[in-house]
Structure formats: C-alpha cells, structure tokens
Design a protein around this ligand. Structure first.
Ligand code: GDP
Ligand code: MG
Length: 448
C-alpha cells in the first residue's frame, strides 16, 4: 500500500533536513502509481501530485516528524482537501415535500439506496415517501415496494398504463406522487428512477424532464464503487446534464479502493454524501473524507503514522502539563479532564489495547480487552463537566450538597462522585511524590 511504498522510497532520505526536488521525486512517483492503482482519475492524480510537490519541496522537516511522516501527512491533507473537509449537509426545500431525485446507471444500487436513505431520514425524524418511476420494468417497481415494506416506509404505487410506457407516463407518476406525499404529510419524496446500462440521450432527457417538473432539492448520483473509472465517466455525464448535488458510493463493503470518490468529487465538484456498505437497509453511513483517505493510503499504517506524529506534536503540551502537575498542587480537576480528553482522542480503550502485540509481556491482554468499561471514561468526564469552573480549580469546595448537585447534573450517583474525587486525590498525591522524589527522571517517565 501507499504508506509502505513511501517508507521504502524514503529510506535514503533519513538525516536530511529539508525535502528537496531530487529526494522527493522518487516518492512522488510512488504516490502517483498508488493513486492510479486506487482508481483515482489521471487528471486528478496529476493535479494532486503538483500540489504535493509544491507543498513538500523546500518545506523544513519539522523536528517532530521524519521526512516520510511529513510527506505522508501532506499527501493525507491534500487527499482530504479534494474530498472536502466536512461531512456534506443534506438540503431540504423550504416548501415540503422536498424531492430527492436518484440518478445512476442500472445496477449501481439506486433502489437499494433509496430504501437506505428513507430509513436514514426516518431515523432523523422525517417522513419520507418513496416512488419508483421505472415504468419500463415492472420488476423494478416491485423491488422498491418490497424494500419499502421492509422498512415500513410510505410508498406511492400509482397505476401504470401498460400501453404508455414512456416519459409522459414517468412524469405523470412523479406528479401524482408529489401530490400524494403532500396529502399524506410526508415531508420528503424520494424518486427512484429507471436506469440504463449505459448513458443515452433518452435517459438524460427523461431525467431532465423529471428535474424540471419536480424541482428537487437533491439530485443524488448513485455510483457503484467497484466500477472505478466507469463510475467517474457516468458521474460526469449525469452532472453535465443535470448538475448533481451529491453522490453516493455503493458497494464499499467490497474491495473497491475508494479512488472513485476522489475522482467523482473532483470531476463534478459535488460532494460524496453517503456510502453504501452492504445490501441491508442499514448498511449506510454518512461520508467521512478521512475514512476514504485511510483506505487509499492503507489503513493501519496511516493511522499509526499520523497518531505518532500528532502525539509528538502535542509533546509541548504534555511537557507543560507534567511541569504543572509535578510541582505539587498544580494538578486540578480541569487538568484531569484535559488528560481524559487527550486519551479519548486516541480512540476507544479497546482499540488502543488491541494495537498491543499479543505475545510476550502483553499476552494476557486480550482478556483485559473484553473487560474494559468504555462507559467509565464518559461517566468521569460527565461528572467533571457538571462541576463549576471554581470547583474544578479547587476541589476542596466540593462539599456534600455540591456532590449531590453534581451527581444529579451528570446522571450519576453521589458514590460515583466520591469515587472520582478519591481517584483524583490519589493522582495528586502520586504526582507530588514523583515531583519531589524523582525529579527529572519521573518527568521523563511521564512523557515516555
Ligand atoms: P439499481 O438497478 O440501481 O436500482 O440497483 P439495485 O438497488 O437493484 O442494486 C443492484 C445490486 O447491488 C443488488 O443486488 C443490491 O443488493 C446490490 N447492492 C446495492 N448497494 C449495495 C452495497 O452497498 N453493498 C453491496 N454489497 N451490494 C449492494
Ligand atoms: Mg432499481
């Protein structure tokens, strides 16, 4: 994967203080290949590589990062940049029902995704109605009916004029469905459309007519991630004709490499909004750029590399903390909470423990993993959150009645609050002895 390749190409870079045009060119070649192998579109790759080169060349190698780590971080950032930093928002029209028009080729996952989306919207408190306007294939309409039933979503069936299968019929069904959605108090209408196995003018004209009639707030292009470059080409065609508002990548549970996400975003300018990760209606998630980038770069490695980098970058903060804590009374409940948050940022306790090798001194750890109480962290943080800033700065203020208030505020018991305060007192004592007895050595212990 990409991270491994980078590691290799950077072996000879060690010890050099700056990244130069020469020592980076081999790495860039590797990055280029890896991106192409991940199905990222050629034009996108070339643009990315130029961005990476510009940022990397001449950049001082930060003391906290090795050149490899720095390049990995730059590549990671640039990929995330292409995808857009944030999870895209979903648009609704001010006048219900909002219409969501599903677009895409046959087999891309439109009907399945229509149900997934309906379920997702229902969970968010919406009342979606579904309609299939695929008048050409009765089986396709039947398929939507079955999935709509399985998630108890409203469906507009309508009646088909068997002789009149054509765009007029499509538009009639769509018009009726929108009216019906309004009558039923449904705030959203999701329109599952007919697919073709290739782009043709007829299909595009029909989609354009639907757009004109329904004035949808979202036109979502559904793409099969396994089809790589083809998905990118059809995304472009649909976008040229319809101006899509977003894309959904399906079949991400397979071994699709995810590069299509980058290309579709780059080529259409529309954000990826969701991923489909299985056949069931709940195999659906909001899109997070980070995850796809992780997939392209090679999960484990990039995560570890970035974590290590981040950890070291936070070293200044950690040193500050140690100094404060070790001087005795400096360690407040506020600091305690900060530390908890730092730990939480690294992931769940389980996932951290799982990264430890399962041999040698850690052999018994797998049992411990099962017994970890993830809720404990949150409880402790909730308790500290329920304190006033004054109480956090001076724990001695926290008398019996305050303990009661804090317990009530954090949804815990007075005993939980007492336990926390006891733990905190122990930590203070420990820091104090470390500070006076161990001096510098103790400090190093804390930081390692
Ligand atoms: P449509 O022709 O665009 O409406 O596509 P369908 O919704 O009928 O889906 C085509 C096939 O892909 C079906 O067998 C689906 O079960 C399957 N499918 C759709 N989305 C996903 C997904 O996210 N993961 C997997 N594994 N299969 C999917
Ligand atoms: Mg379908």
């Amino acid at each position: 994967n990409l991270s491994e390749k980078l590691q290799r190409s950077f072996k000879n870079l060690r010890g050099e203080g700056t990244i130069s045009d020469e020592n980076i060119s081999e790495a860039l070649r590797e990055i280029r290949l890896a991106l192409l192998e991940s199905d990222v579109n050629l034009a996108v790759v070339d643009e990315l590589i130029e961005h990476i080169r510009t940022r990397a060349v001449g950049s001082q190698v930060a003391t906290a990062l090795s050149p490899t780590e720095q390049i990995v971080k730059i590549v990671h950032d640039e990929l995330v940049n292409v995808l857009g930093r944030d999870t895209a928002r979903f648009k609704f029209s001010s006048q219900p029902p909002s219409v969501i028009l599903m677009a895409g080729l046959q087999g891309s996952g439109k009907t399945t995704t229509t149900a997934k989306l309906a379920q997702w919207l229902k969970k968010g408190g919406h009342r979606p109605m579904l309609v299939s306007v695929d008048v050409y294939r009765p089986a396709a309409r039947e398929q939507l009916k079955v999935v709509a039933q399985s998630i108890s979503a409203q469906l507009y069936e309508g009646h088909l004029d068997v002789k009149g299968a054509g765009t007029d019929e499509v538009l009639r069904l769509a018009r009726e469905a929108k009216r019906e959605a309004a009558n039923y108090g449904c705030d959203i209408l999701i329109v599952d459309t007919a697919g073709r196995n290739h782009i043709d003018a007829e299909l595009m004209d029909e989609m354009a007519a639907l757009k004109k009639l329904l004035n949808p707030s979202e036109i979502l292009f559904v793409a099969d991630a396994m089809t790589g470059q083809d998905a990118v080409n059809s995304a472009k065609a649909f976008n040229d004709h319809l101006t899509i508002t977003g894309a959904i990548l399906t079949k991400m549970d397979g071994d699709a490499r995810g590069g299509a996400a980058l290309s579709i975003r780059h080529v259409t300018g529309a954000p990826i909004k969701f991923l489909g990760t299985g056949e069931k209606p709940d195999a659906f998630e909001a899109f997070h750029p980070d995850r796809i980038v992780g997939r392209i770069m090679g999960h484990g490695d990039i995560a570890t590399l970035l974590e290590r980098a981040e950890e070291r970058l936070d070293k200044g903060k950690a040193e500050q903390f140690a100094k404060k804590a070790l001087t005795g009374d400096g360690f407040t409940l506020e600091d305690f909470r900060d530390q908890l948050r730092q730990i939480k940022k690294m992931g769940s306790m389980k996932s951290i423990l799982k990264m430890l090798p399962s041999v040698g001194p850690f052999a018994g750890m797998s049992k411990a993993v099962e017994n970890v109480d993830e809720g404990q962290f949150n409880r402790v943080e909730n308790i500290i959150n329920s304190m006033t800033a004054k109480e956090r700065a001076d724990h001695e203020l926290i008398n019996g009645s305050r303990r009661k208030r804090i317990a009530a505020g954090s949804g815990t018991t007075v005993q939980d609050v007492n336990n926390l305060l006891r733990q905190y007192a122990q930590m203070r004592k420990m820091f104090k002895t470390m500070g006076s007895g161990g001096g510098i050595k103790a400090q190093q212990r804390m930081l390692s």
